[in-house]
Design a protein around this ligand. Structure first.
Ligand SMILES: *[C@@H]1O[C@H](CO)[C@@H](O)[C@H](O)[C@H]1NC(C)=O
Ligand SMILES: *[C@@H]1O[C@H](CO)[C@@H](O)[C@H](O)[C@H]1NC(C)=O
Ligand SMILES: *[C@@H]1O[C@H](CO)[C@@H](O)[C@H](O)[C@H]1NC(C)=O
Ligand SMILES: *[C@@H]1O[C@H](CO)[C@@H](O)[C@H](O)[C@H]1NC(C)=O
Ligand SMILES: *[C@@H]1O[C@H](CO)[C@@H](O)[C@H](O)[C@H]1NC(C)=O
Ligand SMILES: *[C@@H]1O[C@H](CO)[C@@H](O)[C@H](O)[C@H]1NC(C)=O
Ligand SMILES: *[C@@H]1O[C@H](CO)[C@@H](O)[C@H](O)[C@H]1NC(C)=O
Ligand SMILES: [Cu+2]
Length: 295
C-alpha cells in the first residue's frame, strides 16, 4: 500500500480502525433549510433522512445495504423541495466531527416513491436515476471533490429543473476508495433522504437510465476497484448508469474536456484557494440571477 504524506490521518485510521474512520449523513439543507439526521443506532426522531444502524461502511458492491445504507429505516418526514433546489449534504465522522475520508467519488441518485408517499416506500423497489457525479477537480486530479467534506464543508447538488412533482428518495452516496486499490476494498456510504417536489417549472422530463441498487455496481467496476487509485487516476470512470436525461435533457451544454464533475455539483475550493467554477454553474447562476431580477 502506498500513502502520501497528506493522508497520514487515513493511514492512522486504517492501521487502527476506530469510530473516527467512518461516518454518516448528519444533516441535509434544502435551499438553506436544515434537516438534522439521527445518529446511527441512536433513535429515529422526526427527520427526512433514513437512519442507519451503523457508521461502518457497506462492503461489497452487491450488498443489500448498498440500497440506502446499513439497515436503513423509513423516516417519518418528507422534506419539501423544488426543481432546481440546492441540496447540501453534511457528512460527519462516527464521532460527529469532520468526515474522515477524501479519496473517491460522490454520486447522487433519485427514485420516485411509486404509488406511495416516501414515508411508506420500501427502497428495495426503487428505480434509481443518477442526477450527479463528482470526482476529481478538473484542474487537479489528485484532489477529489470529497475533500470538501474532509475540510468540514458540506457538498451541494442541484436538483433537476425538469423533474416532475412527486415524492422521491434522494440518494447521496460516497464511495471511499482509500482501500480501493484492492478488490472489495471500496467503502460504500449510501444515504437516503425523503423529499417532495410540489411544483414544476413548465417542462417535465420522464427520467431514463434507471437502475436497481444493489444491481448497478460490481466489485470489478473500473470506478470501484481502482489499482492506480493513488497515482492519481486518469480518466476516472464513475460506476453506475450515465446521468439521466432528466438532467442532460435540460438545455445542456457539451461537457467540457477533462472535467470530472457533472451537472449539479459545485466544486470545492481548490486547495490553493482559487475557486473552481464550471461553465454550467455560471449559466445556472445567471439563470437564477435573471429569474430573481426578472430581466
Ligand atoms: C403500488 O405499486 C406496487 C408495485 O408496483 C403494487 O404492487 C401495488 O399494488 C400498488 N398499490 C396500489 C394501491 O396501487
Ligand atoms: C491555483 O490553481 C489554479 C487553477 O488550477 C492555477 O491556475 C494557479 O496557478 C494555482 N496557483 C498556485 C499558487 O498554485
Ligand atoms: C423552478 O421553480 C421553483 C419553484 O417554483 C423556483 O424556485 C425556481 O426558481 C424555478 N427555476 C427556474 C429556472 O425557473
Ligand atoms: C436517455 O436519454 C438520453 C437523451 O435523450 C439518451 O442520449 C440516452 O441514450 C438515454 N439513455 C437510455 C439508457 O435510454
Ligand atoms: C478531450 O481531450 C482528449 C485528449 O486531448 C481528446 O482525445 C478528446 O477527444 C477530448 N474530448 C472532448 C470531449 O473534447
Ligand atoms: C485531458 O486528459 C487527457 C488524458 O487524460 C490528457 O492527455 C490531456 O492532456 C488533458 N487535456 C488537458 C487540456 O488537460
Ligand atoms: C455548499 O454550500 C454551502 C452553503 O452555501 C457552503 O458553505 C459550502 O462551502 C458549499 N460547498 C462547496 C463544496 O462548495
Ligand atoms: Cu471509513
Amino acid at each position: 500500500m502506498k500513502y502520501s504524506a497528506s493522508f497520514a490521518f487515513a493511514l492512522a485510521a486504517s492501521v487502527a480502525p476506530s469510530a473516527l474512520s467512518h461516518g454518516f449523513l448528519a444533516s441535509v439543507a434544502i435551499d438553506g433549510k436544515v434537516f438534522q439526521g439521527n445518529i446511527p443506532n441512536q433513535g429515529n426522531s422526526p427527520s427526512p433522512i433514513r437512519v442507519i444502524d451503523d457508521i461502518t461502511p457497506v462492503k461489497g458492491a452487491t450488498n443489500r445495504d448498498v440500497n440506502c445504507g446499513k439497515n436503513a429505516l423509513i423516516a417519518s418526514m418528507v422534506a419539501p423541495a423544488n426543481p432546481g433546489s440546492v441540496v447540501s449534504f453534511d457528512w460527519h465522522s462516527g464521532e460527529n466531527t469532520k468526515w474522515p475520508h477524501n479519496i473517491g467519488p460522490m454520486l447522487t441518485y433519485m427514485s420516485t416513491c411509486g404509488n406511495t408517499t416516501c414515508d411508506q416506500f420500501d427502497a428495495i423497489n426503487a428505480q434509481w436515476f443518477k442526477i450527479d457525479e463528482a470526482g476529481q477537480l478538473p484542474n487537479n486530479l489528485s484532489v477529489w471533490n470529497q475533500q470538501a467534506l474532509f475540510e468540514g464543508q458540506s457538498v451541494n447538488v442541484t436538483l433537476p429543473e425538469n423533474i416532475a412533482p412527486g415524492d422521491y428518495l434522494l440518494r447521496h452516496e460516497i464511495i471511499a476508495l482509500h482501500l480501493g486499490n484492492e478488490q472489495g476494498g471500496a467503502e460504500f456510504y449510501p444515504s437516503c433522504t425523503q423529499i417532495r417536489i410540489s411544483s414544476n417549472n413548465g417542462t417535465v422530463v420522464e427520467p431514463n437510465a434507471t437502475v436497481s441498487l444493489p444491481g448497478a455496481y460490481s466489485d470489478n467496476d473500473p470506478g470501484i476497484f481502482v489499482p492506480t487509485i493513488f497515482d492519481p487516476v486518469q480518466n476516472y470512470q464513475f460506476p453506475g448508469p450515465a446521468i439521466s436525461n432528466v438532467v442532460v435533457g435540460e438545455n445542456s451544454t457539451p461537457s467540457t474536456n477533462n472535467t470530472s464533475t457533472t451537472p449539479g455539483s459545485n466544486a470545492p475550493m481548490a486547495t490553493n484557494g482559487s475557486c473552481v467554477v464550471r461553465p454550467r454553474q455560471i449559466s445556472r447562476i445567471m439563470r437564477n440571477f435573471r429569474s430573481v431580477t426578472k430581466f
